[in-house]
Design a protein around this ligand. Structure first.
Ligand SMILES: N[C@@H](CCOP(=O)(O)O)C(=O)O
Length: 461
């Protein structure tokens, strides 16, 4: 099982190579050379133990190059982050045909924990194999950074650098990153938005001078390993619902989670249509619905983790929808990166829309859905979850056809907006309460790639 790049990089990489590269050398994203067909009963595995399912999937995607022990450990850690306090798949039925998948039972109370808890032992195993050290550069609009810090703090061979847009993550998300005392973690606040941070990360991944001090990779969902850790929960949730190919409604920022669902379907899982729900930062939805892919300055919304206007994994979808036309993908994303806009051909736009649909949810709808969820189901949901639930309700299929909306974070990570919708603050778990009053460490930089390079170099030294 090997990996190739979306922009034409064809020198096959094993899973370990793709994991430690983060991005392909030509700037493309790694994808499997061919999608594997499960050599086990996927339906039975999806309905069985989550750790076993994950182990089987990891092996299917070639992770066993890192050894069976590493696969086992990774699967056990993701299982612990996924299951709820009762040890069950955290799927809550709220209507006859509508479920909410609570992906916030892990250590940082967001869906990123599943993949991050899994990828940390895999990274250790990959580094043990080649005796290298690794600098991970990662961009976050809130949840990725917190989960990465939690998973990699104290790691012996990994330095973790997290870039977040200054003042544009929730206070709880910021505290989760900046109060961790670990010499191998550097939190950088950038005077810009998430897209600026992600652009810096991509630039740093190609920076030869950083590679003089060991390997450089990322734990954003541009890294195939990150994305792979998000596939099992689609399969487990679909099986737990008992529904036939339920539609998944995914609140979307960098589009990694939604693409993981697409992968679950691609390998023959019981995963139905994928619908991406976005907030006012809706470049993705505009591209899929109109063919106009235009990057605007991201605006601040309540669903702050989704304030993304250049969703990295859109590139994987374009690659697949175009029939793996690497040259076309390269041209398209070169143009987008240079000019901030690109017009897709009607054929390509139709092909994208056939794979994934998308809709935009306003701030008003987000707030109203939080209030609705509490009134109707006695459930307190976060703004990101509300975007997905609003999109699901608008599609109306939950009446007639099964839908699963992803709840990507705990409401207590966004207490003020939730309180503005409900009139009271969500209950605060101990994991959050403990953060207040702790000392924070942040290095601030201007929105400048050279400033980013300098600060990472200094950290490596
Ligand atoms: N929503 C994200 C943005 C980065 O996404 P990723 O899935 O590519 O890591 C965040 O919370 O940081």
């Amino acid at each position: 099982m090997n990996y190739i790049g979306t922009r034409g990089f064809r020198e096959p990489r094993t899973f370990a190579g793709a994991l430690l590269d983060g991005l392909a050398p030509d700037g493309g994203l790694y994808v499997p050379e061919t999608y594997p067909t499960p050599d086990f009963d996927l339906a039975a595995a999806s309905a069985g133990d989550y750790g076993d399912l994950t182990e089987k999937l990891l092996t299917l995607f070639g992770v066993d190059v890192l050894g069976a022990e590493a696969v086992k450990k990774a699967a056990a850690r993701t299982k612990a982050a996924f299951l709820n306090e009762a040890g069950q798949v955290p799927l809550v039925q709220v209507e006859d045909n509508l479920w909410i998948l609570e992906l916030f039972h892990g250590p940082t109370l967001a869906f990123k924990d599943m993949a991050m808890q899994m990828i940390a032992p895999l990274t250790d195993a990959a580094l043990a194999q080649n005796g290298e050290t690794l600098t991970l550069v990662t961009a976050t609009s809130g949840d990725t950074g917190a989960a990465a810090v939690r998973a990699f703090a104290g790691s012996e061979h990994v330095r973790l650098v997290v870039f977040h847009p200054l003042g544009r993550v929730s206070p709880v998300q910021r505290l989760q990153m900046t109060t961790v005392e670990a010499d191998n973690v550097l939190n950088i606040g950038v005077e810009g938005d998430f897209d600026d941070c992600q652009r810096m990360v991509k630039r740093l991944l190609g920076e030869e001078s950083l590679k003089q001090n060991g390997l450089v990779s990322s734990v954003n969902s541009i890294n195939w390993g990150r994305l792979l850790g998000q596939v099992p929960y689609y399969l487990a949730a679909a099986a737990a619902s008992g529904a036939d190919h339920p539609e998944f409604v995914v609140p979307t920022g960098n589009f990694g989670d939604a693409f993981a669902g697409w992968v679950g379907r691609k390998i023959g899982g019981n995963v139905g249509h994928i619908h991406a729900a976005v907030n006012r930062n809706d470049a993705l939805a505009q591209a899929i619905n109109t063919g106009h892919y235009v990057r605007h300055q991201a605006v601040e919304t309540a669903s702050v983790s989704m304030d993304v206007q250049a969703p990295s994994n859109f590139e994987r979808l374009v690659f697949e929808a175009s029939g793996r036309h690497a040259e076309g993908v390269k041209g398209l994303f070169d143009t987008f990166n240079a000019t901030g806009k690109v017009f897709l051909s009607p054929d390509l736009q139709g092909a994208l829309n056939a794979q994934v649909s998308a809709s935009t949810i306003s701030e008003g709808e987000t707030k109203a859905t939080i209030a609705y969820g509490y009134k109707k189901w006695n459930k307190v949901i976060c703004p990101h979850t509300a975007v997905a639930v609003a999109a699901a309700l608008k599609r109306g299929m939950g009446q007639s056809q099964p839908q699963i909306a992803l709840a990507t974070a705990h409401p207590a990570k966004f207490p003020d907006f939730v309180a503005s919708a409900l009139g009271f603050q969500p209950e605060v778990p101990e994991a959050i309460r403990a953060l207040y009053g702790s000392k924070e460490t942040i290095t601030s930089i201007r929105n400048d790639e050279f400033a980013a390079l300098e600060v990472v170099k200094a950290f490596q030294a």
